[in-house]
Design a protein around this ligand. Structure first.
Ligand SMILES: [Zn+2]
Length: 320
């Protein structure tokens, strides 16, 4: 059986997912471990190696040509290192060289998780067929990535498109990144919940104070819940409009847990875009929910590796 496969890793603060993915983006085999996020760097690496070992135990592994990694950021694609905010044991951790030596020298590509999700949406999802797109993950944080001129644009360090830390409120609240009024400080799930609570929304008897609970309340007409989603939509719209004006994207794709709020988020977002995306060349900007779901990280990491393989002549991607 002929197979050009890539091994994909999706590394986050709670789990390390791995897969063998074919050149059409189909996942043939999966492995997963919890991230021992509070342990030392070598222990976290041990979990990555366990995922790789489980994949390598399959006869399919002989078809693997490269490894693609999408990791929580920041990442340094050029240096091959990662420093995920939620994994304190990894600071400037040489993930690429450690993975490469563990897999017998296969080429390894590293991108941030927002860039990986973008690669997945361009390959298989809502940004398919669009040459200029911004894809965003709105969940605990707000990340993103760019497709420009039909190509994934990771930037030199693999973090380009990190829209969560564009300031849309010059004198706004201090963000953990050190700046003020960042998109993430207003539109992430925890910040949507925080604003709703401070405006008088109260969780139901189950005590659920998540953004998903705020979305349910907004759907039922709760004023503070609706207002918090409107404010988040406004922040996202301002960031999207700025991006569209800078680089002429024609679609913004939004995924992540907060996007599951559906029209509670997307209706005010489309309205707010009319306020901010005003110039003639950005008025036709579309907004769409992401469609690659929970496998976006794996599929996107695979796409990044196939794309690298295409450059190096090591794999044969289809429509990456
Ligand atoms: Zn910030």
């Amino acid at each position: 059986m002929h197979m050009d496969l890539v091994a994909a890793l999706d590394i986050g603060g709670t789990k390390i997912a791995g897969a063998l993915v074919d050149d059409r983006g189909r996942i043939l085999l999966r492995a997963q471990r919890p991230t021992p996020a509070q342990e030392d760097g070598d222990t976290v690496m041990g979990a990555v190696e366990a995922v790789l070992d489980e994949l390598a135990a399959s006869p399919l592994w002989s078809g693997a040509r490269a490894v693609g990694i999408g990791s929580a950021g920041p990442v340094d694609r050029l240096g091959g290192t990662v420093s995920p905010v939620n994994v304190p044991g990894w600071r400037g951790f040489p993930l690429v060289s450690r993975v490469r030596s563990h897999v017998g020298g296969l080429p390894v590509e590293l991108v941030g998780d927002g860039v990986a999700m973008t690669a997945a949406e361009h390959w298989q999802g809502a940004a398919r067929g669009h040459d200029n797109a911004l894809c965003m993950v709105v969940s605990t944080g707000v990340g993103g990535g760019l497709i420009l001129g039909g190509q994934l644009h990771p930037g030199p360090t693999g973090n380009a498109g990190h829209i969560g830390h564009i300031s849309v409120d010059l004198d706004g609240d201090l963000c953990p990144c050190g700046a003020r009024g960042c998109v993430e400080r207003i539109a992430s799930g925890p910040n949507i919940a925080r604003r709703a609570l401070s405006d008088g929304w109260r969780p139901g008897p189950d005590g659920d104070a998540s953004a998903a609970a705020v979305a349910r309340a907004a759907r039922a007409g709760d004023r503070a819940a609706v207002a918090s989603f409107e404010r988040a939509a406004q922040a996202l719209a301002a960031g999207i409009a700025a991006t569209a004006t800078l680089v002429e994207i024609d679609i913004a794709v939004i995924g992540g847990g907060v996007a599951k709020a559906g029209e509670v988020l997307f209706a005010p977002l489309r309205r707010a875009l009319r306020d901010y995306a005003t110039l003639s060349f950005v008025q036709r900007l579309e907004v769409a929910p992401a469609s690659t779901g929970t496998d976006a990280g794996l599929v996107g990491a695979a796409a990044a590796a196939l794309r690298m393989g295409a450059r190096a002549g090591e794999a044969h991607p289809q429509a990456v």
